[in-house]
Design a binder for this molecule. Structure first.
Ligand code: ATP
Length: 376
C-alpha cells in the first residue's frame, strides 16, 4: 500500500483538500472496461460518511469503439473536462488493434501525454497466508519515452528484404523524475510500515532495472541518472537501499523470489513487461491495479485490457478497478479511505468464497462488488 503524503503539495491536492467533494471522471473505454468502471464508482459511493468524502461523477468518452463510430479515439471534450473540472479519473480499458488502423492511436497513451502523467505505478500484492511465495512490490514504470515514442521506420534493404527500426529514447529529465517518484514511494511505504502496516519487508529498497550491459548509452543513462539523483539526495533518501538488476535476470528473480523486491523502477518497456509478469504471481490480471501519476493529475486504471473473450458475460473481475480506485485516492492525498478499500478487498480474497472465474470461483462481477461494499 502506498501513501501519498509526498504529493501533498501538488495543486490537485490543494484542490482536493479544499473540498470534501471530489469530482471524478469515468472513462470506461472498450470491452470489459464498461463492466468494471461501475465497480469503482459503486465503491466510492459506498464509502462511509465518516471518511468525510463525497463524490460527483462525470462520464467521459474514449476508446476504439468510439473511434469506429466517430473517427476520434479521444474527444477534446474528454481532455478538457478532465483538466478543468476533475480532481481525478478512472479509466477502464481500450481495445488495441494488432495491425495499424489509419488515424487511430491509443487514447490512454494520448491522455498520459496531455495530462503529463509520467509514471505508471503498479502495486502487486499477494493475499496474506495464500499458498506460494509472498509478493508485496510496486513497479514504477516510466511512461513517456523509451521505445514507446513510436518513431519507427521500415525500408527495403539492398538485398530486397524488409528492415524495420525503432528509436529508443531515454532522457535525463524523465529518468530523474521517475527515479524520484520511486524513492518517494519507497519512503511512503516505509512510513506505513513504521506506523504498523503489515508487510513482508523490514527495510526499503529501490531496484533499478535496465539492460545497460548491452544498451550502455540509453539504459546506461537511465541507471546513472537515478544513481546520481540518489547520491545527491542522500539526506532525504539515505534510509532507502538502492539495488540494480539486469532486466532478464530481474524476470528470473521475480518468479523465483518475488519477496525480495520492494520498489522496482524501470524504463517504459521493461516496466510494462515486468508489470504483467508480476500480475501472474498473484493469480490474475483481474486483481492488479495501476495509477497513471503526474504532478497535476492521477488516473486509476486496471492493468488488464478490454478482454474481448469474456466481455458481456458478467464475469469480469472488478478487483483491479476497485484497487485502482483506492490507489487514485492515495495519490489524491486520502490514504484512510484508500486503506479501507484495500482492507475490504483483502478480506474478500482471503475468505475466497465470492470470486470470479479467473480466480477459480463462480461468482459474477456484481456479486464481488456487493461483497466488497458490504465489507467497507
Ligand atoms: P486487449 O487487446 O484489450 O489488451 P487482451 O484480451 O489481449 O485484450 P487482457 O484484456 O489483458 O488482454 O486479457 C488477458 C487475459 O486475461 C484474457 O484471457 C482475459 O479474459 C483475462 N482477463 C483480463 N482482465 C480480466 C478481468 N478483469 N477479469 C477476468 N479475466 C480477465
Amino acid at each position: 500500500m502506498l501513501r501519498s503524503s509526498f504529493v501533498r503539495s501538488r495543486s490537485t491536492l490543494a484542490r482536493a483538500y479544499s473540498t470534501k467533494t471530489l469530482k471524478i471522471g469515468l472513462i470506461p473505454g472498450d470491452g470489459i472496461g464498461r463492466e468494471v468502471i461501475p465497480a469503482g464508482k459503486a465503491v466510492l459511493e459506498a464509502l462511509p460518511k465518516e471518511d468525510g468524502l463525497s463524490f460527483e461523477f462525470v462520464n467521459l468518452l474514449a476508446g476504439f469503439e468510439h473511434f469506429k463510430q466517430t473517427g476520434t479515439a479521444l474527444p477534446d471534450e474528454t481532455v478538457e473536462v478532465l483538466k478543468k473540472e476533475c480532481d481525478g479519473a478512472l479509466f477502464g480499458a481500450v481495445s488495441s488493434p494488432t495491425t495499424k488502423v489509419a488515424g487511430y492511436s491509443s487514447p490512454i497513451v494520448a491522455l498520459r501525454k496531455k495530462l503529463g502523467l509520467y509514471a505508471n505505478v503498479r502495486p502487486v500484492k499477494s493475499v496474506d497466508g495464500a499458498p506460494g511465495r509472498p509478493v508485496d512490490l510496486v513497479i514504477v514504470r516510466e511512461n513517456t519515452e523509451d521505445l514507446y515514442i513510436k518513431q519507427e521506420r521500415q525500408y527495403t534493404a539492398e538485398d530486397g528484404t524488409q528492415v524495420a527500426e525503432a528509436i529508443k529514447r531515454i532522457t535525463e529529465t524523465a529518468s530523474q523524475r521517475i527515479g524520484k517518484m520511486a524513492f518517494d514511494i519507497a519512503l511512503s511505504r516505509q512510513a506505513l510500515r513504521d506506523a504498523g502496516a503489515p508487510s513482508i519487508h523490514k527495510t526499503s529498497t529501490v531496484t533499478i532495472t535496465h539492460k545497460s550491459n548491452v544498451l550502455s548509452l540509453s539504459d546506461g543513462l537511465f541507471r546513472e541518472t537515478i544513481r546520481k539523483f540518489y547520491d545527491a539526495n542522500k539526506d532525504k533518501y539515505g534510509s532507502v537501499n538502492v539495488n540494480e538488476q539486469i532486466v532478464d535476470s530481474m524476470v528470473y528473480r521475480l518468479f523465483r523470489e518475488p519477496e525480495v523486491f520492494d520498489v522496482v523502477v524501470g524504463p517504459n518497456l521493461y516496466g510494462d513487461i515486468l508489470s504483467d509478469g508480476a500480475a501472474a504471481l498473484v493469480g490474475s490480471l483481474g486483481v492488479v491495479p495501476s495509477a497513471n501519476v503526474g504532478d497535476e493529475f492521477v488516473i486509476g486504471e486496471p492493468c488488464h485490457g478490454s478482454a474481448p473473450d469474456i466481455e458481456g458475460k458478467g464475469i469480469s473481475n472488478p478487483i483491479a478497478t476497485i484497487r485502482s480506485t483506492a490507489l487514485m485516492l492515495e495519490f489524491l492525498g486520502f490514504p484512510n479511505p484508500a486503506a479501507r478499500i484495500y482492507k475490504a478487498v483483502d478480506a474478500n480474497l482471503a475468505e475466497g468464497k465470492i470470486l470470479t472465474p479467473d480466480l477459480g470461483g463462480s461468482s459474477s462481477t456484481q456479486d464481488v462488488i456487493n461483497d466488497i461494499i458490504k465489507r467497507l
